[in-house]
Ligand binder design. Structure first.
Ligand SMILES: Nc1ncnc2c1ncn2[C@@H]1O[C@H](COP(=O)(O)OP(=O)(O)O)[C@@H](O)[C@H]1O
Ligand SMILES: [Mg+2]
Length: 271
């Protein structure tokens, strides 16, 4: 175990490198170091293929880094995974079509069985509460095919939270949704996060979305992904959409966009 203060440094990456082996070996990440505090909301932003999803898989112990170390709540990622420390939300909601919204939310508890941190008697009430939190009261008995894309993604969020994970990993969760739905779900996610107070790592292509949601934004360069910059987001919470129309927000957005573009140009033609 690494000597890490679990209260202040919830997730610590130290010089993490990831090379996928094979005939065409791929260096996905190089020398990535950053820490995420307990209950912090951090976004990972970078061009497609720069290793954002790989980073989430490394943090959650699904794969092991080629070099460097990762600590999650003072444990190895594999141990954190075994302790059910992570909730996942992906771009596709992956709901089971033959289960209702409520049944889909409860499913992880049934799969976890004895390892579940939620007691049997409490599961249904808590699942209903989570569905209410994501504004789906009254849709408990609906099947996925009866729900819109945004509603399905809200069910997926409720499902990820059912076992009280201290860390929520979100991989472009709103990337497939239209802009209006995405905006609404951004606000809703902030509400939910204020309630559950989990640590969130949020992957997105959208600088606007990252700045609106996060405490800090980790900017990654194109492959191999390296940390270009870690940006503190200065806007007060709770946030409303108004912040996105302020000059400060517009300027910060432009600054980050510029940073990504400059780097892309500088990297052109480099091995
Ligand atoms: N299992 C794997 N085997 C080989 N290469 C992989 C594997 N997973 C990801 N990669 C490569 O690693 C790079 C980063 O992928 P990924 O983390 O999915 O990027 P992002 O999520 O930022 O778009 C890509 O070039 C991808 O092709
Ligand atoms: Mg990805």
């Amino acid at each position: 175990m690494m000597n890490v203060d679990a209260t202040n440094n919830n997730i610590v990456l130290s010089n993490v490198g990831m090379i996928f082996p094979g005939e065409q070996q791929v260096e996905a990440l190089r020398d990535v170091s950053f820490t995420i505090r307990d209950k912090e909301f951090v976004s990972l932003v970078g061009p497609s293929g720069c290793g954002k999803s790989t980073l989430l898989r490394l943090v959650s112990g699904l794969i092991a880094p080629t070099t460097g170390e990762i600590s999650v709540r003072s444990k190895t990622p594999a141990q954190a995974q075994a302790d059910v420390d992570f909730g996942f939300v992906f771009q596709e909601p992956v709901l089971f079509p033959w289960l209702t919204a409520l049944e889909n939310v409860i499913l992880p508890i049934q799969i976890l069985g004895k390892r579940s941190p939620v007691k049997d008697q409490e599961v249904i009430a808590y699942a209903r509460q989570l569905l209410a939190d994501v504004e789906l009261s009254g849709f408990e008995k609906h099947y996925p095919e009866q729900l819109s894309g945004g509603m399905k993604q809200r069910v997926a969020i409720a499902r990820a939270l059912i076992y009280h994970p201290p860390i929520l990993l979100m991989d472009e969760p709103f990337g497939a949704l239209d802009e209006f739905t995405r905006d609404r779900l951004n606000l809703l996610l902030l509400h939910v996060w204020e309630k559950i107070r989990a640590t969130i790592i949020f992957v997105t292509h959208s600088i606007t979305e990252a700045l609106f949601l996060s405490d800090r934004v980790v900017m990654l360069s194109s492959r191999p992904g390296r940390v270009m910059s870690i940006v503190d987001v200065p806007f007060e919470r709770p946030r409303t959409f108004d912040v996105r129309f302020t000059q400060e927000f517009t300027e910060l957005t432009a600054e980050l966009r510029h940073m990504l573009q400059l780097r892309e140009v500088a990297d052109d033609g480099q091995p």
